[in-house]
Design a protein around this ligand. Structure first.
Ligand code: ASP
Length: 314
């Protein structure tokens, strides 16, 4: 039997070392730990990587500190538009949903798309109808609201001349990747997107291959950061290609893809786990909420450090 590994992120961010109050930092760490524990509980009992990433992401969606589910950023009209995706490395099945305004846990809808329809990607009203039909929990749009996000939104609107069209800044997203004891890999990602987004803007998060990708024997990847740049560099799939076709170690594949992403002006990061349980967590933003856990590595959560390099494990 293999060991299991799970890694998570709670978003790459612009917050610099020393800018977060100790109280907030402690709360973020608790939130990350809770998400890791939710996934670990499944994995240590022989459960599926797919269920573990779903549980970890759901926990982060329910936590208002993270930009996914409750606590999502505000869009241009002051509401919330959510999106998520999930992928099974064993079957290469995937599910994704975008333009969600009332689905409490977008990752559960992504999973339902994957498990119960012949589709991969659904949006807007149709996606919400599917959520209702499958009995998922529906909430009012203001369930996702937090005063803190409103403050960030107000600031961004003040700064932007013509608001709502600028990519970049004010991000965060949540994601998880896992390897289970059966050797199966999975990835899931969920977000409220970018603060003050408009025109039905869709980021990398629900796009399979960009924000999320998993393939058994290769790796599972979840990204966070400037979605437009992650889409253009097809981040998650690019990492998997370097591992699969070039045989690069995971850390090296992640480093090359991160350089390419940064080279065109992208800011953010990614988490990845390979078929041997190696973890990489590179980012080029001032911080990235992140953590991992496995029987041999223990449980680790971090916000700062390793700011331009790879995470502490190779
Ligand atoms: N990648 C997300 C998006 O562009 C935001 C983030 O990860 O911070 O929607």
């Amino acid at each position: 039997m293999n060991n299991y590994t799970i890694a998570i992120h709670g978003g790459a961010g612009t917050v610099k070392f020393g800018e977060l109050s100790p109280a907030k930092e402690a709360l973020v760490q608790v939130g990350l730990e809770e998400a890791l524990q939710a996934g670990r509980h499944i994995l240590e009992n022989g459960g599926a990587a797919l269920d573990a990433v779903q549980a970890a992401v759901r926990s982060l969606e329910d936590n208002p500190l993270f930009n996914a589910g409750r606590g999502s950023v505000l869009n241009y009209d002051g509401g919330h538009d959510l999106e998520a995706s999930i992928m099974c490395g064993n079957t290469l099945k995937a599910g994704a949903a975008t333009g969600l305004r009332t689905v409490k846990n977008p990752v559960l809808l992504a999973r339902a798309v994957m498990d119960t329809t012949g589709f991969v990607f659904v949006n807007g009203e149709g996606a919400e109808a599917l959520a209702r039909e499958r009995g998922l929990e529906i909430v009012a749009n203001d369930y996702f609201f937090t005063e803190e996000r409103r403050g960030e939104w107000a600031k961004k609107r003040e700064k932007e001349g013509e608001p709502g069209e600028a990519a970049g800044g004010g991000f965060g997203t949540v994601g998880a990747v896992a390897l289970d004891v059966h050797g199966n890999l999975a990835a899931a990602t969920s977000t409220g997107g970018l603060t003050n987004k408009r025109y039905g803007r869709i980021g990398d998060t629900p796009l399979i291959g960009c924000g999320t990708y998993a393939r058994n024997g290769v790796c599972a990847v979840s990204g966070t950061g400037d979605g437009e740049f992650m889409i253009r560099t097809v981040v998650a799939y690019d990492v998997a290609c370097l591992v699969e076709y070039k045989g690069l170690p995971l850390a090296e594949a992640c480093r090359l893809v991160s350089e390419k992403f940064r080279g065109i002006g992208g800011e953010g990061g990614l988490i990845a786990v390979d078929a041997a349980g190696n973890v990489a967590m590179p980012y080029n933003s001032p911080s990235m909420y992140r953590g991992y856990c496995s029987p041999e590595k223990g449980l680790y959560v971090a916000i700062f450090e390793d700011q331009l390099g790879l995470g502490p494990v190779g």
